[in-house]
Design a protein around this ligand. Structure first.
Ligand code: BTN
Length: 286
């Protein structure tokens, strides 16, 4: 683990690592699954790069992937067209590009896969245990540590490309967080007084992702759902879900085999929700 422990004064810690390096990231990979690692200084958004990579990069379906990491993003984005603030030198901005052999309806599984890979990598590299707020947030102590934005291109119902963007606040201090999210967001440094090597964490995420992705292709989604359940803070709790313009209340009962939320409505009916925003009756710890 390349982490540095605090002297008890987070403000005096070395703020980041020695910069992103494709060679360093590659040196810890478990296999040759990853065809390319693209390290950028400044981009609009790593997801934009992933979506616009030339198609003549021959992605054998499902057999390989490309990773893009950036030091900073000028137009980092989250779900619902929100801005993802992406200061240089501190945090993780990473996109995985795949041509997965799954149906567009199964795309939420990729978000779950990325959340599980990120959670496992954070645990191994920093000792931090995160929870997952369905469908795409990584939480620590009820605050948002990271998020995942999966964007897909399809042609005639077939997924031609999936770009899975992962943003994790690593070495930001409380002062680095924009005031509008300061009370709701956190970072590894804030939570654990530990700085994280972005190269090491990138490698760990890639290895953890590859492991689960191969399992998904070989035996399906059930191992992912099984791994996800204990990380979800909301199961069995009363939640409010924004499903488009509709606001639904109910008990978050389960996640189904397509990664969708199963909500038990007060009427007793079950409602399956494939994407939305969840909160626990005013508390943001789902
Ligand atoms: C969310 O919580 O709404 C999702 C945030 C996703 C942020 C990451 S950072 C890397 C990639 N590039 C982007 O512009 N967004 C994702």
């Amino acid at each position: 683990m390349s982490k540095q422990h605090s002297s008890g004064r987070p403000g005096k810690l070395p703020r980041a690592d020695n910069g992103l390096s494709a060679d360093e990231i590659r040196s810890g990979l478990q296999s040759r699954f990853w065809r390319e690692i693209v390290c950028c200084q400044s981009v609009s958004s790593t997801n934009d790069i992933g979506l616009s990579l030339p198609l003549d990069l021959d992605y054998e379906q499902g057999e390989t992937g490309v990773v893009i990491v950036a030091d900073t993003q000028e137009k980092g984005r989250g779900r619902f067209a929100r801005t993802w603030v992406s200061p240089p030198g501190l945090n993780m901005y990473l996109s995985i590009v795949l041509k997965p052999d799954i149906t567009p309806a199964e795309a939420p599984c990729l978000t779950i896969l990325a959340a599980l890979a990120s959670a496992a990598a954070l645990l191994s590299e920093t000792g931090i245990r995160v929870s997952v707020k369905w469908p795409n947030d990584l939480l620590m102590g009820g605050k948002k540590l990271g998020g995942i934005l999966t964007e897909a291109r399809t042609l005639k119902g077939v997924m031609t490309r999936a770009v899975i963007g992962i943003g994790i606040n690593l070495n930001s201090t409380a002062e680095d967080l924009p005031p509008e999210i300061a009370g709701k967001a956190t970072s590894v440094l804030i939570e654990s007084s530990t700085t994280v090597s972005r190269n090491r964490l990138t490698t760990a995420i890639m290895n953890e992702f590859e492991f689960r992705y191969k399992k998904l292709r070989a035996i399906g989604v059930f191992p992912l759902i099984r791994e996800l359940r204990p990380l979800l803070g909301c199961l069995g709790r009363e939640v409010v879900v924004m499903d488009g313009a509709a606001k639904l209340s109910g008990i978050a009962e389960d996640i189904d085999d397509k990664g969708r939320l199963v909500l038990r409505l007060p009427s007793g009916l079950r409602k399956i929700i494939s994407s939305g925003e969840i909160s626990e009756q005013g508390v943001d710890r789902c």
